[in-house]
Write a protein that binds this ligand. Structure first.
Ligand SMILES: NC(=O)c1ccc[n+]([C@@H]2O[C@H](COP(=O)([O-])OP(=O)(O)OC[C@H]3O[C@@H](n4cnc5c(N)ncnc54)[C@H](OP(=O)(O)O)[C@@H]3O)[C@@H](O)[C@H]2O)c1
Length: 506
């Protein structure tokens, strides 16, 4: 029997940043698809807000174009008609307090006309400097509180959630002044990916892996999130952020938590997020003066990707020619608890690497005694379990097998589960659908909680300080390679090496 699908309460979704890239590329196509799948409530209102003067109809036309451009689905006129009737647009400057009475009046009018019972989801799809202002303006206009005891008001905040510990705390303080924690949904789209959720299913719905999921059997863990793209047109944002802030502080530490957490007592927001917070509390701090020992950074130089010459980072648009921002980082972290004592987690992420790929590789310890290694050719390689997040969505176990023939020679072979083969479909790529739906349903399991955010920044900020103190040149790597040489040396000094790219090609 199919599990019963929950449909959210009738509500109004208010998107600040209606003309922006995120709204056009992700949010509206995701909402349209949810509507098409009959997962949105009826009625639902979607109000887009930005400063550009537009009518409701112009906004609807622009959103139809976005869906046509960014959605793979065919758009039937009757589906669009139903959806577009709930789309509205307000030209407002969200930074100005006097915009909010206008918003309030419009909300009341539209809610009365369409019967959405005062439930509201505010989505902050604007650049981060607006977050505190909008939260404060909403709060002071009494729009952040629920409209009645039977209704809800929630707020989704996009990343980046602060740029260091102090700024993250300042934002959390503003949020907590005007909202309760259970109203706040800090989105990390990685957590909406089915393959990330499948790690939890793999770990906690199968009993055979749990006994070996610890320091007694696992030698180390490698988490890679590589992109072949450069910074595209995000130069002004990226140059202030860099790979550590952009990828590690949020997505990669979430992957660490998903891999390392203890079994939650239930799959609900409290239990899952409690267990993740415990992992963060157990992270061994890296002091600024030790950053060089635990991290590597790099910046891409000119190189070749897919046979095409691409320009180095410092030549990209909106990047200072002497920028020291890292486009690659690798780091080693330890989780000081019973399960993970002395097991290094190696993380690496970067732009302009040879391919787009995210995976978690659990490398097991070698056999204690080499029964079969008789010739130098007979290496007994350790078992590896690879959790493929993208684009090879699946799970692979590597183990030794006997080569056919009279003598005993070994080769590593794969046992391979692929989403596409097993379910006749790739997992839904669109994490925003899942996360929007969860926020509408009031399920915060896949969203970051306040303590997690602060613990993540408390871990990352000293590394950033250490890098600021270090005035030596930032190592470079040719675009299209796996980062600077220092990254390979980083692992070889521990007698380990990164999984090579060819191992990910199935
Ligand atoms: N794009 C992505 O794929 C992506 C992915 C992950 C996270 N994010 C995060 O999502 C947020 C939005 O990103 P984006 O790429 O969509 O940015 P964007 O393309 O620059 O869009 C920003 C939007 O904010 C509006 N805006 C700016 N100031 C405003 C104001 N005072 N009042 C009302 N509206 C205002 C802009 O419209 P007007 O100028 O007309 O007002 C525009 O609609 C950022 O925090 C980003 O870090 C984006």
């Amino acid at each position: 029997m199919e599990p019963k699908v929950r449909i959210p309460d009738p509500c109004t979704i208010i998107i600040f940043g209606a003309s922006g890239d995120l709204t056009r590329r992700k949010l509206i196509p995701a909402l349209f698809r949810l509507d098409w799948e009959k997962l949105l409530p009826q009625p639902v209102n979607i109000i887009g807000i930005s400063r550009a003067p537009e009518t409701h109809d112009q906004f609807r036309d622009a959103m139809l174009e976005s869906i046509k451009t960014y959605s793979k689905d065919e758009i039937k006129p009757e589906d669009w008609k139903g959806f577009s009737q709930g789309l509205f647009y307000l030209t407002l400057d969200a930074d100005k307090p006097d915009s909010y009475p206008v918003l309030n009046d419009f909300l009341k009018k539209i809610e009365a006309e369409r019967g959405t019972r005062g439930n509201r989801l505010f989505y902050l799809a604007v650049s981060p400097e607006h977050y505190p202002v909008i939260v404060k303006n909403l709060g002071q206009a009494h729009l952040s509180a629920p409209t009645s005891k039977d209704s809800w008001t929630r707020i989704i905040i996009e990343k980046p959630f602060g740029h260091d510990l102090d700024s993250a705390r300042a934002l959390n303080n503003i949020l907590s002044e005007y909202c309760k924690e259970d109203q706040i949904y800090r989105i990390d789209h990685y957590l909406g990916k089915e393959t990330v959720q499948n790690i939890l299913v793999f770990r906690f719905a199968n009993s055979i892996f749990e006994p070996i999921w610890n320091h007694q059997y696992i030698d180390h863990v490698q988490i890679t999130a590589s992109e072949s793209l450069g910074i595209e047109n995000r130069g002004s944002y990226y140059d202030k952020a860099g790979a550590l802030r952009d990828m590690v502080q949020n997505h990669m530490l979430q992957l660490v938590c998903t891999t390392a957490m203890e079994p939650p007592s239930a799959f609900n927001d409290r239990s899952v997020r409690d267990e993740k917070a415990k992992v963060m509390q157990a992270l061994r701090p890296i002091a600024p003066e030790d950053a060089w020992e635990y991290t590597v950074r790099g910046q891409y130089a000119d190189g070749i990707i897919d046979g095409k010459t691409v320009a180095g980072y410092r030549k990209e648009k909106n990047i200072a020619p002497d920028s020291r921002t890292e486009t690659f980082t690798a780091l080693k972290l330890f989780i000081d608890n019973w399960r993970w004592a002395h097991v290094p987690f190696y993380l690496r992420t970067g732009k302009r690497l040879p391919m787009r790929m995210t995976e978690i590789a659990i490398q097991f310890k070698r056999t204690p005694h080499l029964v079969f290694a008789r010739t130098p050719d007979d290496q007994v390689l350790p078992n590896v379990l690879v959790l493929g997040i993208q684009p090879n969505e699946g799970i692979e176990i590597k183990f030794e097998a006997k080569l056919p023939g009279p003598a005993i020679h070994l080769r590593q072979v794969d046992m391979d589960f692929q989403y596409e083969k097993s379910f006749a479909a790739a997992p839904i790529e669109e994490a925003y659908e899942r996360l929007l739906l969860d926020a509408l349903l009031g399920d915060a399991t896949l969203f970051a909680r306040v303590d997690w955010i602060e613990l993540a920044w408390a871990f990352i900020t000293p590394i950033l300080r250490g890098w600021e103190m270090d005035k030596s040149p930032v190592p470079t790597y040719p675009a299209g390679t796996w980062g600077p040489l220092e990254s390979d040396q980083f692992l070889s000094q521990d007698n380990r090496r990164w999984r090579e790219s060819r191992l990910t090609k199935r």
